[in-house]
Design a protein around this ligand. Structure first.
Ligand code: GDP
Ligand code: MG
Length: 387
């Protein structure tokens, strides 16, 4: 086993055995350390949360605490649903992130999916690389949309999660069969678990000679991801992203997992969602890729995201084409904002430019105050502590 860099732990603590595996040490090492500190774990060797933290500190491993209430809250927040939406809900496409260790085949997989699953009539446009791609997957013979995010996993989960945003419904974790579980695999698993996002494992590179997928499945089950085929609850699909083997099966699995989640939104209302990416374009000015999580975003809408606000002058889809609206789960690049927003910020459509300006200024002001107090050495000031 390889030592992890980040470990997630819930209220229930963790078995010594599991912790030892994750830290790549022996159980005896951990028990010895505990005895040296005068701590005696209970008879089945369950370590409580604080013990896990103490030991991880010793081994330079960061601990993410999973709080069941927070996971539930985030699941609700992800939907961005209000009371009024509840009787107007419609199905929305799942939003999927591909994560995994470097060189295990994330880019190859996304490229293959994009190239093979774009409908003929939509193909041909210039790919703008807005970081989100709509793909059609046949379910019972009918093409169903799903959206793949191309933001690096750490951004999607790190920065955004820090702000409480949750945009992903499903994570595909790619594990190269010839390399197995590596540190970033563990990190991806920890992030997905902490955010309460279902995991699908894609065991990649099965086209290579002499590989042993069962060994990888064994490795994964020993860190708590038991394959469905062995009676567990984690779907694992053996693929070759390079040769396009079993990609249909992987996408069908995605749709099955999505169906169980009953993903819904109310398309008949003002849009809100999250900023995926933002930047400055020589010709377009400030650009932002927004993913709509509830409602429908329309050209001409007034949007506020953090300190930035403005009227949406134009919207572009993942093929660079102009579009007039974007419904739930769809990402579009918009132009017309006063400044460049921050990835992970929430956006919202408001009724007038005046309201939007007011909101943006209020946000700018509280950020300014926060910066000044931070500089004045008053310690850590967060937005919520001064709001
Ligand atoms: P990423 O870092 O996870 O995005 O990995 P890449 O998609 O860039 O792939 C890393 C390397 O693995 C490249 O040389 C790919 O051609 C290769 N690769 C990816 N998928 C497969 C596969 O299914 N089979 C084989 N043999 N090579 C693959
Ligand atoms: Mg890559």
């Amino acid at each position: 086993p390889v030592k992890v860099e980040i470990l997630e732990v819930g209220e229930e603590g963790m078995l010594t055995e599991d912790l030892a595996y994750n830290l790549a040490v022996s159980e005896a090492d951990i028990l010895g350390y505990l005895y040296s500190k005068g701590v005696k774990p209970d008879t089945v060797h369950t370590l409580d949360k604080d013990m896990v933290k103490m030991i991880c500190k010793e081994y330079d491993v960061e601990v993410i605490e999973i709080d069941p209430v927070r996971v539930e809250e985030m699941a609700k927040k992800k939907e961005m649903l209000d009371e009024e939406d509840l009787d107007m809900l419609e199905n929305r496409p799942p939003v999927i992130t591909i994560m995994g260790h470097v060189d295990h085949g994330k880019t190859t997989l996304l490229d293959y999916i994009r190239k093979s699953k774009v409908v003929a009539s939509e193909a041909g446009g210039i790919t703008q690389g807005i970081g989100a791609y709509k793909v059609l997957v046949p379910v019972d013979g009918k093409p169903q949309p799903c959206v793949f995010l191309d933001t690096p996993g750490h951004e999607a989960f790190g920065a955004m999660r820090a702000r409480g945003a949750r945009v992903t419904d499903i994570t595909i974790i790619v594990v190269a069969v010839d390399d197995g579980v590596r540190p970033q695999t563990n990190e991806a698993i920890a992030h997905a678990k902490a955010a309460g996002v279902p995991i699908i494992i894609a065991i990649n590179k099965i086209d290579k000679d002499g590989t042993n997928p069962e060994r990888v499945m064994q490795e994964l089950s020993s860190i708590g991801l038991m394959p469905e085929v062995w009676g567990g609850d984690i779907p694992m699909v053996q693929i070759s992203a390079l040769k396009g083997v079993n990609i249909d099966e992987l996408l069908e699995t995605v749709m099955l997992v999505a169906e169980l989640q009953e993903l819904k939104a109310n398309p008949h209302r003002n849009a809100k969602g999250t900023v995926l990416e933002a930047g400055l374009d020589k010709t377009k000015g400030s650009t932002a890729t927004l993913i709509v999580q509830n409602g429908t975003l329309k050209k001409g809408d007034v949007v506020v995201c953090g300190e930035a606000f403005g009227k949406v002058r134009a919207m572009f889809d993942d093929r660079g084409g102009r579009v007039d609206q974007a419904g739930p789960s769809i990402a579009v690049q918009v132009i017309g904002l006063s400044s460049v927003p921050i990835a992970g910020d929430e956006f919202e459509v408001l009724d007038s430019l005046d309201i939007a300006r007011e909101r943006a200024n209020a946000c700018a002001e509280s950020l300014r105050v926060a910066r000044i107090s931070a500089k004045a050495g008053e310690g850590k000031v967060t937005l919520s502590s001064i709001a």
